[in-house]
Design a protein around this ligand. Structure first.
Ligand SMILES: C=C(O[C@@H]1C=C(C(=O)O)C=C[C@H]1O)C(=O)O
Length: 139
């Protein structure tokens, strides 16, 4: 989650009116588009903050699982959460298939992080020696 896209403009100079359409659209239409986009800006910022909080929480789960040698993925939990979110999506008039795809995308990334945390944990335990490795496993 820390990769940077070097092709993007830097955020200090964020221009809410940036558009490939500038100059080629009726100014009244452009004004309406920019007005709607200001809500999209707020929503996208919120999504980033929400995702950051979610990844903070899942990172804690990753450390807990690594310390107790639990598997990275939990298909039972995933199935329950996906069913719940599909239901909520339908109620909110969001395509449930999209909600499922989005959640699966995030879960895939979380599992990748958990596997990396487990590998780091294992490597640290091995570097510390067998006695320490046992102690860490039983922590
Ligand atoms: C976060 C967890 O680990 C994994 C990721 C999940 C998620 O991002 O919702 C759910 C289950 C696990 O596959 C967990 O077990 O709670």
């Amino acid at each position: 989650m820390t990769e940077q896209n070097l092709n993007l403009p830097d955020t200090d100079s964020y221009d809410p009116a940036a558009s490939s359409l500038a100059g080629s659209v009726d100014p009244a239409v452009m004004a309406e588009l920019l007005s709607i986009r200001s809500s999209i800006d707020n929503i996208d910022a919120t999504l980033v903050f929400l995702l950051a909080e979610r990844f903070k929480a899942t990172q804690k789960v990753g450390f807990l699982k690594a310390a107790h040698k639990l598997p990275a993925g939990d298909p039972g939990r995933e199935a329950a959460q996906i069913a719940r979110l599909r239901h909520l999506a339908a109620e909110a008039h969001l395509d449930p298939a999209f909600a499922e795809k989005f959640l699966n995308f995030i879960i895939g990334e979380v599992i990748r992080h958990h596997e990396a945390i487990a590998e780091d944990h294992q490597a640290a335990a091995q570097a510390a020696g067998p006695a320490d490795a046992d102690r860490t496993a039983n922590a």
